[in-house]
Design a protein around this ligand. Structure first.
Ligand SMILES: [Mn+2]
Length: 347
């Protein structure tokens, strides 16, 4: 296992110099943030990102993420051109020697929350989600007023996307995902890149949009779309764990045993009602997930890929990108490292 930390590049206030003072971290997970959506990632830029990370003593253990253009997900006429550009990015990752590519296939909205700073009883704050609050959100002005949403769609663009997906339906989205994978996975095989889809977050439909990577049944279906070891998962315990019917240790054993988990996001989450949860500190007692059993499932299946703590709370007065401060993620990394060290001793 390569314990890793997400870094948002040179403009991230959480610098590599700070991250390297967290003991035991070996890997950095990052991306290029200045390539327009849909364009190919240039080899030189991937190589210079890798060099920047290596200069500080880390390996670039995964790219998170290369976003998938909406027109690929919608199956619009220009998808072949866009998929060719995506394949070129995969080839460049391979040439640069970056082994894992995290991406997602969530329509329109990436991860979604209703409150970016919900106060917790200990004085910290965390991201939270409640279907009831999300239903009240006004989409008539586009996405600019939605919490945490960085891609900006005006009202007309958003309406066109929502209508497009409504017409497409879940089955259509599955078909378009299969089409995308049939073109990209062979390139990933040749390039020694493992593709790793991130689950939808929250793992259910929002705003009437289809969201299909959400539970064990969807994982079962996903692995059959293209049967290749390069077609796998970024298993995110905090995303999937918002559904009480997801048995995470069992899913890790099943899909890890098949060699299909290429990247692990490990964090806890507290389910507070139907369609409602908030994020928490990483330890088991802080939330609804049994973190020891999750880590044990990774240890028992011999997981060797990158693993990172995921969103942290904001603690000790830190401000910054919601979910991506330094302090609580550093605590999370140390907790995961402690569990992992103990699990290795038992072998
Ligand atoms: Mn995640």
């Amino acid at each position: 296992m390569i314990l890793s930390f997400r870094w948002y590049g040179e403009s991230d206030p959480v610098t590599l110099d700070k991250i390297r003072q967290v003991p035991v971290l070996k890997g950095i997970v990052s991306a290029l943030y200045d390539v327009p959506l849909g364009e190919t990632w240039p080899l030189e830029k991937i190589e210079s990102l890798k060099a920047a990370v290596e200069r500080k003593g880390f390996v670039l253990s995964a790219i998170e993420s290369i976003p998938v253009h909406e027109n690929i997900k919608l199956g619009r006429p220009d998808r072949d051109v866009l998929i060719d550009k995506y394949c070129a990015s995969i080839r460049n990752m391979g040439k640069a020697g970056v082994p894992v590519l995290c991406y997602n296939f969530m329509p329109v909205f990436d991860w979604t929350r209703s409150n970016m700073a919900m106060p917790l009883p200990d004085g910290s704050n965390a991201l939270s989600y409640d279907d009831v609050e999300v239903l009240k959100m006004d989409l008539s002005k586009g996405t600019k007023d939605l919490p945490g949403w960085s891609t900006s769609y005006d009202a007309k663009e958003l309406r066109a996307l929502l209508d497009g997906y409504k017409e497409l339906s879940e089955e259509g989205l599955w078909e378009n995902l299969k089409y995308f994978l049939e073109k990209t996975v062979p390139v990933a095989e040749e390039s020694n890149v493992k593709m790793a889809i991130h689950p939808d977050d929250p793992p259910w439909s929002i705003f009437g949009l289809p969201r299909i990577i959400r539970d064990e049944a969807s994982y079962d279906r996903f692995v059959t779309l293209v049967d290749s070891p390069n077609n796998g998962f970024s298993l995110c315990s905090g995303s999937l764990g918002a559904r009480p019917d997801n048995d995470l240790p069992a899913m890790i054993r099943k899909f890890g045993g098949m060699g299909r988990i290429h990247f692990a996001h490990v964090r806890n989450v507290k389910i507070t009602g139907k369609g409602a949860f908030h994020e928490t500190a990483h330890p088991t007692e802080s939330g609804s997930l049994n973190m020891f059993e999750i880590m044990k499932a990774y240890a028992d299946t011999g997981f060797t890929g990158p693993m990172r703590p995921d969103h942290g709370r904001m603690i000790w007065g830190e401000t910054g990108k919601p979910g991506y401060g330094l302090y609580d993620r550093a605590l999370g990394a140390m907790y995961l490292a402690g569990l992992w060290e103990a699990l290795q001793q038992k072998k």
